[in-house]
Ligand binder design. Structure first.
Ligand code: GLP
Length: 261
């Protein structure tokens, strides 16, 4: 696993955005895995700036979201489809119909989950998957005890995750849905490159467990250790509990191998 420690979320966002722009420019039909939450916003902001400077076009890029809430009214501003349209897709030249999100409004959500994995495979798989991490080590909405081989499926959120996400719902945990559809850990592991981002002291334990802890379904982000090309980009505060952080600085500082092995 590559561990890159950056001086700020903006510096980390810019580093990752440059890698994404290079990838998009080098592929006829690039496929990105898009994450929500506050963590990837510096990446999206930097990609929009690159688009505004005519350095990159997303006209032929397909984007697959990690997850979606179940039970929100359609077009609710906090549905992840709306968040991704607002924070990224509609700020660049990516057509709305090139954004794919699990269908949290489907009558048959199990079928919708299966169809979602098929649509990722039909697109040729995900070239680069952006990931944040929950304070409990969830990726997408794969809560602790998620199978590390899971497909896209319905999950029930833990109280901790609903409390963490209440800030997007007027600060009231009662407004946060209980159920979600999420790419499974197995789905995520099929992407060709995983890039997990984390900023701030609040993520320091999750980052240390992800990178240096034992692989366990209790911390689904530890599944990154099973992937042949995973990059973790963190700021100083999020890196503060990594035992080998001086080693990572020496080996990877500012020069991750975005091409992989
Ligand atoms: C939600 C999302 C995750 C995200 C996590 C962390 O649970 N489903 O994909 O990684 O929040 O959010 P934040 O980046 O806001 O800390």
């Amino acid at each position: 696993m590559e561990v890159v420690i950056t001086e700020s979320p903006e510096a980390g966002g810019s580093l990752v955005a440059r890698a994404i722009a290079d990838l998009v420019n080098s592929r006829a039909t690039p496929v990105l895995g898009l994450a929500t939450g506050s963590t990837p916003l510096p990446v999206y902001d930097d990609l929009v700036a690159r688009f505004d400077r005519h350095e990159v076009s997303f006209a032929n890029t397909r984007g697959f979201a990690l997850d979606e809430y179940v039970g929100l009214p359609e077009h609710h501003p906090e549905s992840y489809r709306e968040v991704l349209l607002r924070e990224f897709v509609n700020r660049v030249d990516m057509p709305d119909d090139m954004l794919f999100t699990p269908d949290g409004w489907a009558e048959d959500v199990r079928q919708a989950c299966h169809d979602y994995d098929v649509s990722i495979a039909d697109a040729g798989g995900i070239d680069l998957q952006l990931l944040g991490v929950g304070t409990d080590g969830h990726i997408g909405f794969n809560e602790p005890t998620s199978s590390l081989a899971s497909p896209t499926r319905v999950k029930t959120l833990t109280e901790q995750t609903r409390v963490d996400n209440a800030r997007f719902f007027d600060g009231d945990v009662a407004n946060v849905p209980h159920h979600v559809l999420t790419q499974g850990v197995g789905t995520i592991l099929r992407a060709r490159h995983l890039v997990l981002l984390a900023w701030g002291e609040g993520k320091a334990d999750a980052v240390a467990a992800t990178v240096e802890g034992p692989v366990t379904a209790m911390v689904p982000s530890t599944a990154l250790q099973l992937h042949p090309h995973a990059t973790v980009v963190v700021d100083e505060a999020a890196a503060s509990r990594l035992r080998l952080r001086e080693y990572y600085r020496e080996v990877f500082d500012g020069k991750p191998d975005w091409q992989g092995i």
